[in-house]
Design a protein around this ligand. Structure first.
Ligand code: FAD
Length: 594
């Protein structure tokens, strides 16, 4: 089943759920118009479907090859990567002065979704390079930027993100890698990093590692971590490559999914110390790395959307072909296609509606990131930044959970054939699993939402979000459209549930933090349901008003109604779990296995 980029829904979501038209009207995106955006997405969709998607299978089967410190990518990957960078796709969001295209985050996000839907293992390399570019743009000294950024932006060199060590995963305060000042402006880095994505490969001639390490006199914990740029090959003054740096790939992991993405154990400083340059200020490395991580969190959220879209397309095609039994009301000869069975239709509707809801949340977040950078007034930029901070953990956790659930439903729709590797549905399920784990596990995202985000502006930010969602609910009710069924009532109950749970958590944070953390994951799902459900309803309302085709209107309205009446109905139960269930978690003694 080939991948077809859902450009029409991407544009509809950008317009009707992520405020694209207002952003264009406010001049946020300069000369760029809707036609330009559509043309870019069409082109990206073509490249993703025709060139990248065929790599997905071979990447899964062959995987990345490790031999004696070198990594060779699967058959055909190098050529496609080279054509992809030559077409300029790597530097979409990067500064124009350094060779990038200077395009907004909303366009980059739609494109990221496509690269990753075509092949998650392919999309992962550029995703990390983009994060490294952003961190360097924001924090590196001018001479470092001049030396490294143009080739990273063009894609001639890739970038990595080196945080994790065996004893330091979610908790980076335990980090042990060391950096010594040499006195000539450089540092010597020693230590071991694990799970480093694209830490070694043969797609490009150089790899630029961003590495977290501690100086000898650094304070303990996260306040004593610095960020360093460590190239695989040193770069001469004229830009040519010099000696090999003291960094090597020790091995790569054998994994459940994303087989073609090399996950490397990296060793720094076997021969006295890898040469590195400080990025930003000493001991402020985690802050600099967070620049990279926040954008990377949106990118991983989009990986969740991408795998859900890919799995849904596959399941829909299979369900239209496969015939079994007779669905209620099936009058024709023989067995009906399984898509006619209400239970299968429910699975497919869950897949489609959940994917579109997650897409809407991610694109809303991308629009706020643009507002934070491009809005005219400091007040608007501040507001964009605040809302982006709130939406980031929800987008990451909700969308990647949806990626997992939808990929699993995709296997179910295929029946026994879904469990068989040849079909391809199983690969989506295996690939999806990591998205909920890296870039901060979804549990860590939920705790971030509860302990740092809902209290922003004393709770006023969430209150404004709830008021915005209530406005959409009122508009659905006012539309009086019979096709919406009980959408308004169900979404009202969802938003009520979110408000109740938020109030409980704001109180619990001060008095009973364990209770608050125990409720964090169900709360994040509840927030995602409210945001996703209202976004689908708003999109459907606007599509109804904008005279799109009958089919598109009917699908948008039907999916919004399905989501409200079948998925958002979990909201009151989730609120109960948050309000009364957390204490049960706190009180529970799980006996250790004897
Ligand atoms: C394929 C792959 C690619 C990766 N790529 C990179 C990369 O490029 N660069 C990089 O630096 N790292 C990378 N990682 C590492 C990844 O970011 C970590 O695995 C992840 O952050 C989780 O850390 P951990 O594995 O140590 O799990 P742990 O931190 O040990 O967590 C285990 C479990 O405990 C929970 N937990 C931990 N602490 C808390 C807490 N305080 N409160 C509540 N729950 C908690 C977690 O949610 C999780 O469920 C990659 C990992 C994989 C598998």
């Amino acid at each position: 089943m080939p991948y077809r980029a859902p450009v029409a829904d991407m544009i509809a979501t950008l317009k009707h759920a992520a405020g694209l038209e207002q952003s264009l009207a406010q001049g946020l995106y300069g000369e760029l118009g809707l036609d330009d955006i559509t043309a870019i997405l069409d082109e990206a969709g073509k490249f993703a479907g025709e060139r990248i998607a065929p790599l997905n299978r071979v990447g899964d089967r062959e995987g990345a090859h490790f031999h004696d410190g070198t990594v060779t990518m699967p058959h055909g990957w190098k050529e496609v990567y080279s054509d992809w960078t030559a077409a300029g796709w790597n530097g979409l969001m990067a500064e124009e002065a350094l060779g990038g295209q200077g395009l907004p985050c909303v366009i980059n996000s739609a494109c990221l979704e496509m690269w990753n839907a075509a092949s998650g293992a392919f999309g992962l390399g550029p995703l990390l390079t983009q994060g490294a570019i952003e961190a360097l743009q924001a924090h590196a000294a001018p001479e470092l930027k001049a030396k490294y950024l143009p080739k990273m932006i063009s894609g001639e060199w890739t970038g990595t993100m080196n945080l994790t060590e065996p004893q330091a995963g979610s908790d980076l305060s335990a980090l042990r890698s060391r950096a010594e000042r040499v006195g000539d402006g450089t540092y010597r880095i020693t230590g071991q990093k694990i799970f480093i994505t694209y830490g070694e490969h043969d797609l490009t001639e150089n790899i630029i590692h961003l590495v977290l390490a501690r100086l000898p006199d650094a304070p303990p914990g996260t306040k004593g971590i610095s960020l360093f740029l460590v190239p695989k090959f040193l770069v001469n003054e004229d830009g040519s490559l010099g000696a090999r740096n003291d960094v090597r790939c020790h091995s790569i992991e054998h994994k459940l999914g994303v087989h073609a993405s090399p996950t490397c154990t990296m060793v720094y400083g076997d021969a006295g110390g890898a040469i590195g340059w400080l990025v930003g200020e000493e001991n402020r490395g985690l802050m600099a790395m967070f620049t990279m991580m926040n954008n990377a969190r949106l990118a991983v959220a989009l990986q969740g959307v991408s795998i859900a879209e890919r799995a849904t397309q596959k399941a829909l095609a299979f369900a239209a072909e496969r015939r079994q039994g007779k669905a209620p009301g099936w009058e024709a000869e023989g067995m009906s296609p399984i898509i006619e069975h209400p239970d299968v239709k429910r699975m497919l509707a869950t897949m489609r509606a959940s994917t579109q809801a997650a897409r809407a949340i991610c694109y809303m977040l991308a629009a706020e990131i643009d507002r934070a950078h491009l809005a005219r007034t400091p007040e608007e930029r501040k507001a964009g930044h605040a809302r982006a901070s709130l939406l980031t953990p929800i987008a990451k956790a909700y969308s990647t959970d949806i990626g997992n659930e939808v990929a699993s439903l995709g296997v179910q729709v295929h029946g026994g054939m879904g469990f068989v590797e040849e079909t391809g549905a199983a690969q989506h399920m295996r690939d999806a699993r990591i998205y909920a784990i890296y870039e901060g596990t979804n549990g860590i995202q939920a705790i971030d939402l509860v302990s740092r985000k809902i209290g922003i502006e004393g709770g006023a930010l969430v209150a404004a979000e709830i008021a915005r969602m209530r406005g959409i609910v009122a508009d659905v009710a006012k539309s009086n459209a019979v096709e919406f069924g009980l959408t308004a009532s169900r979404l009202r109950e969802t938003v009520d549930a979110l408000e109740t749970a938020t109030k409980h958590l704001l109180g619990a944070l001060a008095n009973n933090p364990a209770d608050a953390q125990a409720g964090a994951t169900p709360f994040t799902r509840l927030f995602g349901l409210a945001l996703g459900g209202t976004a689908l309803a708003q999109k459907a309302l606007k599509m109804r008003a904008n005279g799109v085709s009958d089919l598109a209107r009917a699908e948008a309205t039907g999916l919004a109604r399905f989501f409200a009446e079948n998925l958002a109905t979990a909201a009151p139960g989730l609120a109960e779990t948050v309000v009364t269930g957390g204490q049960a978690v706190v009180d529970l003694d799980i006996p250790l296995a004897s």
